[in-house]
Design a protein around this ligand. Structure first.
Ligand code: NAD
Length: 445
């Protein structure tokens, strides 16, 4: 293992998340007979857009933020991916997130490629009106590059339905027509899909229960710790709790709470909702403050990741489990609801230690699946009920989770590599259908 790790570190020679993301591609290609051209194509994002996002502040001054939109690959359909407002947003991160989206859409077999966007900003320092201006200004900057047939944004970290509504509205103003399918994750009153809000957590839940027996997870017995309590984490926590699993810890950026007996997820949600700030679209209170109201214990995010649970669910940000802390992880299984929470070095350590990782591109694909449903509904003008959405989501997530598991078993590889193999096979087949050197030279398809 030491050798593998050293090779990985040497190869990366720094901490580029994109390089880390590409290493998954190199691993997966070993199990497929695909043209080297496919791999080469996928190493380079199709389009990288860097924009300035000027925002008039409430005090009359002007602030200019840096914004990005990356369209990684559109061979299987228009690019699709969220928009993040976060101070740490940078090109390397957005390129990685776009790359993961290409594979995520392929692993759940929906007709989209991968994209992602973001603005480097701390939205918690902005007023509600400043966030509206920021959202509209970002769309002004990228409007020429997005559209229902080319690139379709959605929410991500620190962006939500309200923000998607403003963005869709701005796009409509620019185009002078109503184009709801340009953005997904909108409020239902503006053409959003029923079930979209909790689709990521719900999708992860369907994957968890589909694989539960095979991973040794038992309702009524098994424990779950979740890092995060946002759009992705909360519905997952609630559904697992309703299913009988003991959710022993949740957290947010300020810290977490722990109870060996299990937390009441709904009480924590209520506590946090009641403190909703009037001036901003973000929450003021932290779930950690809920400790004051109960006999629960306060834990840090670092401690949460090292709890001895049956299922650990990082559902906040990337690079949370690294070679520094992977040796200390005591969970039996990890389900990645966040994008990229486990680095490739940590992956090697976890694999060697027999800790199974259900990879992000499968585990958190529920959001993009229901985004796809929203796009379909917007384009047909025919809307589905929440139970229809959930039923269709369950069918896709369970089917694809099983396909990935079976591929992992048959090849004797990790679930992550298997997910990349399944996805790469589908993307590779689409790219090769357009012709490769092998085809033009040897007639081989
Ligand atoms: P969100 O903004 O709703 O929630 C983010 C959560 O992370 C919050 O609870 C926040 O307090 C917490 N957090 C922020 N910084 C943290 C830190 N330093 N340490 C610990 N916790 C921290 O965002 P979200 O939509 O839930 O996204 C969470 C993850 O899920 C991201 O990796 C995102 O890319 C991924 N994801 C989201 C969706 C979606 O549909 N929302 C879909 C796929 C993947």
């Amino acid at each position: 293992m030491k050798k593998l790790l050293e090779e990985e570190q040497k190869r990366r020679g720094g901490r580029s998340t994109y390089e880390d993301a590409l290493s998954r591609l190199d691993q997966a290609k070993e199990y497929l007979d695909i043209s080297p051209e496919v791999v080469e194509r996928l190493k380079h994002p199709k389009r990288v857009i860097i924009v300035s996002v000027p925002v008039r502040k409430d005090d009359g001054t002007l602030e200019v933020y840096q914004g990005y939109r990356v369209q990684h690959d559109d061979t299987r359909g228009p690019t699709k991916g969220g928009i993040r407002f976060h101070p740490a947003v940078n090109l390397d991160e957005v390129m990685s997130l776009a790359f993961w989206m290409t594979f995520k859409c392929a692993v759940v077999n929906i007709p989209f490629g991968g994209g992602k966007g973001g603005v480097q900003v701390n939205p918690k320092e902005l007023s509600r009106m400043e966030i509206e201006r920021l959202s509209r200004s970002y769309i002004d900057a990228i409007a020429d590059f997005i559209g229902p047939d080319s690139d379709i944004p959605a929410p991500d970290v620190y962006t939500n339905e309200t923000i998607m509504g403003w963005m869709a509205d701005q796009y409509n103003i620019i185009r002078r027509s109503n184009v709801p399918a340009v953005i997904t994750g909108k409020p239902t009153s503006l053409g959003g899909s029923e079930g979209r809000r909790e689709a990521t957590g719900r999708g992860g839940f369907y994957v968890a229960i589909e694989l539960a027996k095979r991973l040794g997870l038992k309702p009524g017995e098994s424990t779950v710790a979740i890092q995060g309590f946002g759009n992705a984490a909360y519905p997952f926590a609630r559904l697992m709790s309703e299913e009988g699993y003991r959710v022993v810890a949740v957290s947010d950026s300020k810290g977490g709470i722990y109870s060996e007996k299990g937390l009441n997820v709904e009480d924590i949600k209520r506590y946090r909702d009641e403190s909703k700030h009037l001036e901003a679209v973000y929450y003021d209170a932290s779930v950690k403050d809920f400790v004051k109201e109960t006999s629960h214990t306060h834990i840090t995010n670092e401690e949460l990741l090292e709890l001895p649970v049956d299922l650990l669910v990082p559902a906040a940000l990337e690079n949370q489990i690294t070679q520094e802390n992977a040796h200390r992880v005591k969970a039996k299984n990890i389900l990645e609801l966040a994008n990229g929470p486990v680095t490739s070095e940590a992956d090697i350590i976890l694999h060697e230690r027999g800790i199974r990782v259900i990879p992000d591109i499968l585990a958190n694909a529920g959001g993009v699946v229901v985004s796809y449903f929203e796009w379909v509904q917007n384009r047909t003008g025919f809307y589905w009920t929440e139970s229809e959405v959930n039923e269709k989501l369950a069918a896709i997530m369970k089917r694809e989770a099983s396909i990935v598991y079976q591929r992992a078993e048959s090849l004797g590889i990790s679930l992550r590599t298997a997910a990349y193999v399944v996805a790469l096979e589908r993307i590779g087949s689409a790219i090769s259908s357009k012709g490769t050197a092998e085809y033009f030279r040897d007639g081989k398809n």
